[in-house]
Design a protein. Structure first.
Ligand SMILES: [Zn+2]
Ligand SMILES: [Zn+2]
Length: 230
């Protein structure tokens, strides 16, 4: 294994394995959102064992992508730059396939393709797609965080309010079964719904989507961001 060298302007993402690229994306999202980077959480999201995560994090430390200390795990400046490039390419791949695949399949497929894109293809696609600010799930392209800042998680909305779904958070994108459920019930960006019932003791929120009731647990609802109608 050689060290990953990333100098400004010559970002060689292809030197990073696809496994490490997947870790980088999740760590980037957690770091961006101010969440602690916890190994067990990564293991759960990636569907691997905690010892596997520990080994990969050690490799990433050695390669200068992250630092691990008493104060926690963080991306290095190189890791941050690499993660933003991979995230941008991932989101462009999702848009590229939007006419081809069901919405719930875009994320998983983009994971296969994001590793193969060159800087040239990235900038050509960016122009062709009209410089999107969000991915098809409503998550911000790196540098476009302001575009999503005013959307609120469903867990903060009162019963009776009418909302437009705007964003399914990146960490929820990792859950393929959840994406299929949301697609089946048409809970995708730009869909409208009414918050019909909130049961705090049950940790559930029920939405009325065009007369159809859909109940979500708070663990999922906190990852669905909406725009509240006046
Ligand atoms: Zn995605
Ligand atoms: Zn997405």
């Amino acid at each position: 294994m050689t060290n990953v060298t990333i100098s400004p302007g010559v970002l060689d993402i292809s030197a990073i394995s696809s496994t490490v690229q997947d870790y980088l994306l999740l760590i980037y999202v957690m770091e961006r959102d101010g969440e602690p980077i916890v190994g067990s959480r990564l293991a759960e999201l990636l569907g691997v064992t905690p010892p596997t995560v520990t080994n990969t994090l050690k490799r990433m430390t050695r390669d200068g992508l992250i630092t691990m200390s008493q104060e926690g795990t963080h991306l290095t400046p190189q890791g941050w730059t690499a993660a933003r490039t991979i995230m941008t390419r991932h989101m462009l791949m999702e848009w590229m396939m939007i006419q081809t695949l069901p919405w719930s399949k875009l994320h998983g497929e983009a994971h296969h393709l994001e590793h193969a894109i060159s800087a040239m293809t990235e900038s050509a696609l960016m122009e062709q797609l009209g410089r999107p600010q969000t991915c098809p799930h409503g998550n911000p392209l790196p540098g476009c965080e302001q575009a999503v800042a005013h959307w609120k998680p469903l867990t903060e909305i009162e019963a009776g309010r009418r909302v437009t779904i705007r964003r399914i958070h990146e960490l929820a994108e990792e859950n393929a079964a959840l994406l299929e459920f949301l697609e089946k019930h048409r809970l995708m960006p730009s869909a409208t719904a009414t918050v019909s019932e909130i049961l705090p003791f049950n940790q559930t929120i029920t939405l009325d989507v065009d007369g159809q009731l859909v109940t979500l647990g708070n663990a999922v609802a906190k990852y669905i961001f909406v725009e509240v109608h006046p």
